[in-house]
Design a binder for this molecule. Structure first.
Ligand code: PLP
Length: 246
């Protein structure tokens, strides 16, 4: 049923060496941190190569691409959806990605309910949820407001209620600003903000939320600041072409 050609031996070793190098860096800081290999725009053959080397957590950004890949790749892959979730698309994810492990970009109660209701209707397995927080307060970034927590708490309450059937709140996610991720000045203020929001919610709702923060540029700093799950793409798979390239 595989519809793609296997990666070359050279590509297989390159990928597993890159992956191993990231794991080594993680282990030096905190071996409990989960590594999600972000495979957006990269071919299924790359994912299969890492899968064969034992990797299970992969992150994807585009709904149609994730649906296609999940259908041609092994069913025990733990897919993380980490892309911007447009209204209506939550339904497609819930319906067509059987092995959807986590959605990390829930940023409204409406999308949260769409995901839950659809998953219940199709009878799929439970989906873990990270709520995305706009810690950098950049207008173009999605995510719940990190200063006024009302909307965020409304979603938390829904996720913890009996009304919610198929979703399990496990953590918070942030992307952070480019300037913070590239600044040399030590502590990342966006990661710090995410930790603050976690502490408020943990206390108020008796939770112990995970933190999905850190990418190729800044995952080591993120781990130092308490990240439990890092999302690394280009350092494993190589640079991506600009998405809208002709
Ligand atoms: C693409 C992407 C990543 C991976 O970024 P790299 O810089 O390639 O490691 C992580 N998180 C999100 C939300 C992304 O969109």
């Amino acid at each position: 049923m595989s519809t793609f050609t296997e990666a070359t031996e050279a590509r297989k070793s390159e990928l597993s060496e890159n992956y191993r190098a990231i794991i080594d860096k993680i282990n030096q800081l905190n071996p409990k941190v989960n590594l999600v290999a972000v495979s957006k725009i990269k071919p299924s053959s790359d994912i299969k190569a890492l899968y064969d080397a034992g990797v299970r957590h992969f992150g994807e950004n585009y709904v149609q691409e994730l649906i296609a890949k999940s259908q041609e790749l092994p069913k025990d892959i733990k897919w993380h959806f980490i892309g911007g979730l447009q209204s209506g698309k939550a339904k497609d994810l819930a319906k067509h990605v059987e092995s959807l492990y986590a959605v990390e970009t829930i940023d409204s109660l409406k999308k949260c309910k769409q995901l839950d209701n659809t998953r219940e209707k199709v009878g799929g397995s439970e989906i873990k949820v990270f709520l995305q927080i706009n810690t950098s307060c950049e207008e173009q970034k999605s995510g719940y407001n990190s200063e006024v927590l009302d909307d965020l708490e409304e979603t938390v309450k829904y996720l913890l209620s009996d009304e919610c059937k198929k979703l399990k709140l496990i953590g918070l996610m942030t992307i952070g600003s480019f300037s913070e991720s590239t600044s040399e000045s030590g502590e990342n203020q966006d990661f710090k903000k995410l930790v603050e929001v976690k502490e408020i919610l943990d206390k108020k709702y008796q939770l112990d939320l995970e933190l999905s923060m850190g990418m190729s540029n800044d995952f080591e700093q993120a781990i130092k600041q308490g990240s439990t799950s890092v999302r690394v793409g280009s350092s494993i798979f190589g640079a991506r072409p600009p998405r809208n390239a002709a």
